[in-house]
Design a protein around this ligand. Structure first.
Ligand SMILES: C[S@@+](CC[C@H](N)C(=O)[O-])C[C@H]1O[C@@H](n2cnc3c(N)ncnc32)[C@H](O)[C@@H]1O
Length: 246
């Protein structure tokens, strides 16, 4: 089924020769075959496996952290749309989160295997009681970073998909403004050309700097991009407890 064309080429093996090709099998759709072929040939998938990350997405937040210096030891982080857990793994390591003193809280409506040093909630973030549950899981403490890699499964209807993603970003941004400590950062998956003018304007009012980022590990053929907002101007207490807004 998996046919490595490099085998049997005899001479020098170029990257092209080394590409693994997958034959379409009976009962497998062309799209699934293409997906499988892409996974097998993706260097980030191989790196994620060898470095112990649960997803290739881990490299996106690693790259954004390298460039924009998001994490420091001792910081508190909230991961929205955390499954399968790559971003939480990266954040937990970067802030030095431990089982004894967890500094990272993740939420997803999908099941996730436990991650040491990360408190995981199985919950739809758009439900009314989700913010209060996250704040409780943080022990009422403010966050230094709120990051969201959330996206709904696409419907194929462009306008609907666009509205759905904008809605997700808006509630993620609203939550960030509620819980971030002054100086904190917000990272959210957006789609190229997709950050609504109003939302960007609102973020610019609350943060010192905002950037659109396309990390090198984000697939070139995907419209995915990220918004990084740094230097939260403040409203949540730097120390002490946050009271959830009803
Ligand atoms: C691209 S994946 C996240 C990958 C993750 N950053 C990682 O590194 O493993 C997007 C996740 O967002 C989750 N998601 C989307 N909408 C959500 C919602 N309303 N509430 C909670 N999770 C949501 C999906 O279930 C999915 O697991």
């Amino acid at each position: 089924m998996v046919n490595n064309k490099a085998l049997g080429t005899g001479g020098r093996k170029s990257d092209k020769d080394l590409k693994i090709r997958v034959k379409t099998a009976k009962g497998r759709k062309v799209a699934s075959t293409k997906w499988l072929e892409r996974q097998l040939n993706d260097p980030y998938v191989a790196r994620a496996r060898s470095e112990g990350y649960r997803s290739r997405a881990a490299f996106k937040i690693k790259e954004m952290d390298e460039k924009h210096k998001l994490f420091k030891k001792g910081m508190r982080v909230v991961d929205l749309g955390a499954a399968p857990g790559g971003w939480s793994q990266v954040a937990a390591k970067a802030v030095g989160s431990t089982i004894e003193k967890p500094l990272v809280v993740g939420i997803d409506y999908l099941d996730m295997d436990p991650i040491p040093g990360v408190v995981l909630l199985k919950k739809d973030f758009t439900e009314d009681d989700a913010p209060a549950m996250l704040i409780e899981a943080m022990g009422g403490q403010g966050a230094d970073v709120v990051m969201s890699d959330m996206a709904w499964p696409t419907t194929g209807h462009r306008a609907t998909d666009h509205l759905r993603i904008v809605h997700l970003i808006e509630i993620a941004a609203g939550f960030a403004i509620q819980v971030l400590k002054p100086g904190g950062s917000f990272v959210a998956k957006v789609f190229q050309g997709g950050t609504e003018h109003e939302l960007l304007h609102m973020l610019k009012r609350h943060f010192n700097t905002t950037f659109h980022v396309k990390p090198p590990s984000s697939r070139k053929d995907s419209a995915e991009a990220y918004l990084v907002a740094k230097g939260f101007k403040g409203s949540a207490p730097a120390e002490g407890k946050i009271t959830p807004v009803e």
